[in-house]
Design a protein around this ligand. Sequence first.
Ligand code: SF4
Length: 452
Amino acid sequence: MTDKDHPHNRKVYIETYGCQMNEYDSEIVREVLRRNNYTLTDSQEEAGVILLNTCAIRENAHQKVHARVRQLGPLRKRNEKLIVGILGCMAQNLKKELLEGDSGVDLIAGPDSYKALPVMIDRVHVTGEKEYKLTLSEYETYADVFPTNRHGINAWIAVMRGCDNYCTFCVVPMTRGRERSRDPFNVIEEVKQLSAQGFKQVTLLGQNVNSYRFKGFDFAKLITAVSRIDGIERIRFTSPHPKDFPESLLEVVATNPKACKHIHLPLQAGSSRVLDAMNRTYTREEFVALAQRMREMIPGLVLTTDVIVGFPTETEVEFEETLEVMHEVKFDAAFMFKYSERKGTLAQRNLGDTVPDEVKTDRMVQLVEQQRRISYERNQLHVGETFEVLVEGEAKHKGQLMGRNDGNKIVVFSDNGARPGDFIKVKVDEVTPNTLIGTALTTTEAIRKFAV
Ligand code: SF4
C-alpha cells in the first residue's frame, strides 16, 4: 500500500505517562509507526491520531485517563476523523469501559500489541469501528524494533519485559504479563547502534531487570557483554528485585569500571510479616544482610530504595521496623509512597485498605524526615571528594551546570563551558540532602582535547 491509498491524516501525537518502561515503549510505538509512513507531531491540533500511553501504577491513573479523554472531546468535535487510542497498562484494565458507547476512544492496544497499531489505525479509519488488541504475549520483546530517535545523554534499553513475582500490591504482572528476556546478541546490536550515535551511558531496563536470563546467559553476563562495546562508558540498570542478586552480579558491579556503583534496592517494608503479606520473598534480616554484603563488596556504593507506608494491616510497631531498617542500612536516597490500592491486585482483593489516611500521612512524614537527615549525612561524606561527572545540561540556577556522578548523585557546578555528554572532574565543596555542589577541575580546553 502506498501513502495515496491512505488519505487519512498520518500525523501522530503521543503522550506518555508513568515509568521509564513506558517512555521506552513510546519510542517503540514511534518507530513502528515511522516505519509505516506516519510522521510524529508535537501538536495535538494537527494530529490525525492521538495516542495516550498510560500507566496503572500511579494513584488515580484511572480517573486521569478518563479526564484526559474527556479533554480531547472538543478536538474530536472539530476533527471528526481524529482517532484516539489508549496504550499501555491502563489499556489492559479499561477495555470494557472505554469500548462502551461514545467513550471518546477508538482503539485500545496493550503493551504487547504495538506492532499491530498501523493495521488497527487503518481499520478504524476504514470501518469506523472500534479496535482492541490486548493479548499478553509470552514472547514479544520488540527485539526487531530499535527506537532510532532517542535524545539526551542516556539511552534506555529494555532487556526484559513482564514480571512473575506477583507482589500483592502491584498490577504489573496483570498488565504486562510474564517475564521474558531479549536475546543478548540483539541487545548488543542495539547498544552498538547507540554508541555509534554518540551515547556514552545506557540504562538497562526491565520490570525485574536482574532476573534477566536468556538460555543460561544471565544479567551479570549481559552487563559484561555490554561493557565491551567501545564508546559506552557507563552502564546503569533499573529496577531490580532483591531476590536476584547472586555474588556473580555483585562481583561485576564491584569490578567492572563501566558498571555504575549505584544499586536501587527496593525494601518496600521493614517488617518480615508485612514483607510476607506483600509476597516480597525476603525477610528483614535477609534484606539487611544483602545490603551489608553489597556495601562490603562495592566500595563507594550508592544505595537507594523504594518504601511503602501504610500497607494494609501494617501496625505502628511494624512501621517502626521500617524506620529501623532505613536507619540501619542508611540509603543514600529513597522513594517513599503512601499505600494506595490498585484494582485487581491480591492486596486489594484480600486485605482491603485498612490503615487510615491520616495514619499513613503521619508515618510518611516521620519517614521522610528521617531519610532527609540520612541523605544529608551520606552526602556530607562526599565533601572534599572529586568525582567524574557526566554533564547533562543547565542546572536550575543561571550560570550553573548539572550532571551525575557514577553513583547517580546530582552534581551542580559553575558553568565552565562544558557541554551535555562531556565528562568532567568536579570537587565537592558543599552538599544538600539531594545535591552535591562543587567546583569543576577540568577546563573546557581540557575537555575538548580529551574528546579529540
Ligand atoms: S517485582 Fe513486584 S513490584 Fe516489581 S513489577 Fe514485579 S510484581 Fe510489581
